[in-house]
Design a protein around this ligand. Sequence first.
Ligand code: ZN
Length: 115
Amino acid sequence: MGRQANHTPHEKRRGWLRHGNSPGDFSLAPRCEARTRRGTPCQCPAMRNGRCRLHGGLSTGPRTAEGIERIRRASMTHGRRSQAAKAEQRSLRDLMKDCRLLLNQLAEAPDGDQA
Ligand SMILES: [Zn+2]
């Protein structure tokens, strides 16, 4: 059982490779093209999700609601522009506007009204 030089194509092999990669010429496979630390695109063959095994190709993504929440928290920078923060800022702005209006009304009102 040695490796034989076989120059004829493998006509019997028609199945898919592992991880859903298509059979055929390896060099024609779509490339990952993730940005590497050198700044150049990754040249590894891409998996079904478009990335190679080193750049997220093996990742199945979050499977549970807890996993989604963990990723959401990890990718949030500071949250000052989140929906909750914007709603809080809006309510505080409205409260300040109401206070300002009330103070102006009190300042304009004659002293006799308070009695
Ligand atoms: Zn890659």
